[in-house]
Write a protein that binds this ligand. Sequence first.
Ligand code: ZN
Length: 455
Amino acid sequence: MLKIQNYKDKINPLLGNYIPSSISTPAEKALYDVDSMFGLPEKEANEYRFKAIKYAFKHHYENNRFYRNICKEKGITPDDIKSIEDFNKIPLIPHTFFKDYPYGRDFAVWLANLMSIEIPKIVIKGKNPSFDDVIDAFQQAGITVCYSSGTTGKFTFIPRDEKTYKMGQYAIARCSLEMLHHWYDHDSSAYLLFPNPKKTNIYVGKVTNVLFDLVRDVRVAIDRKITTDLLRISMGVTFNFKEKMMSKLVKAANRKMNEEMINNIINWVERMDRKRERILFTGAPFILDMVMDRLIEEGKTYDFGERGGVLTGGGWKTHEEKRMPVEGFRKKVEKVFGIPPENCLDLYAMVEANGFMVHCPEGHYLHIPTTYFHPMVLDEDGEQVSYEEKGRFAFLDSLAMSYPGFILTGDEVKIHERCPICEREGPVLEPEVKRIKGEEIRGCAEEMRRIILEG
Ligand SMILES: [Zn+2]
C-alpha cells in the first residue's frame, strides 16, 4: 500500500512527457507543484487557486478578443479580481455556446476565434471540408480538437493546444490515482472501456491516453476509428438518403462489434484471473455492466479482491431514460469480480473542463481539485447559492490556456463545504451529478452507449 505523500513521487517519473521542463506560471504551479490534489489545507489550496485563476483570467482577457468583448460588456477587467470573493465577477460562457458552430470552412474560423493563443498556420484542403477534415487539419498544426455529443447529434467542440492537453492528461492521472493510491501499482493490466485515444477525438478517449503511461499493459474495448460522421450516423441523425442507408449498415456492424467486445473482455478477465494479475477497468460503466450481466448469466464469479480496481466515468445511463444505480453497480462489481467498493470509484468531468472530480474511497463523494479549479453553484438568475443548495454547476478552470475555461454547465449539483464521510479538506459534490431538466442528455459515455446499444 502506497502512502499519499509518495504517490506523486511514484507516478511523476512515468509522466515525464506531461510535465514541462520549467514550471513557471501560477496555473502550472497549482497543478505540478502541489503534493496533493485533494488534501492541501484550505488556506494553501486557496492561495494556489487564487493566483492560478487570476493568471488565467488575465491571459484570456489579453489574448482572446471574443472573450475580452464579453468582459468589456460587463465592465470587468483583471484589476477587478482582488480576492477569491471576486471570482463571481468573472464572466462565464454558457456551455451551449460551444454547440453553436457553423459548417465547412467557417467552422475552422469559429474554432480559431475561440482560441486565446497564437494560432499556428492551419492548412485546410477542399472547398467544403467536413468536421473531421477540419479536426485533422488542426491536429496537423498541434491543436487537438476534442468533442462530445448529445442526444440530438449536436457536438461540443473544444480546441486544446499541446500545453493544455498535456496539463489535462496529467491532471486526470494525478486526481484519479490520488484516490486510488492505496491500490495503484504500475505492474497492472488495464482495460480501457472507451474508444482508442489514438483513433478518435472524442474527449473521453483523448484524455485517457495517459493511461498507457501509468500501467504496464492496456487493452482497448473500442479499437476502430471513430469520427464525427460515424457518431452522428450511429445516432440516426442523417442528412440524406445515402446516409440513411448507411445508418442501417452501421447499426448492424455496431451490434456485431458489441458482441465481440464483450467476448474479448471476458477472455481477458479469464486470463488475468489464471495469472493472478492486478487489473483495472477504466471507462464507461455501462460496458462493464454488460460484461457483468453476461458473467452472471453464465454463473461465473471471480475473486480479484485487492488486485482489482475500477475507475468509471462518462455517465450512468443504460437504456433510454434509465439510470444505473451507482451504489448497486459497486455491489455488482464486488459480487462478480470480488473487487471491494473502496477500489471502485467514479469520476466526473466534461469536455469543456480540465478539472476531474473523483470519488473518495471512503464515502464516494466527488472531491474537487481546488488548487487549480474553482467550482460554483448558481441559481437560474446566475446568483451563487450557498452550500447544500441545489443549482447549476459552473466553474473557472485555470488549466485551459487555449480557450476560456470559465463555463456555465447544464449539470445540476449540490456542494458540501467538506466531505460528510472522509477527512480530506475542501468541498465535494454529491456522489452523482444529473443534467438539469430540459438540457439534452450528454455525458461522455453517452455517444459510446449509442454506438453500441442503439439500433
Ligand atoms: Zn470524501
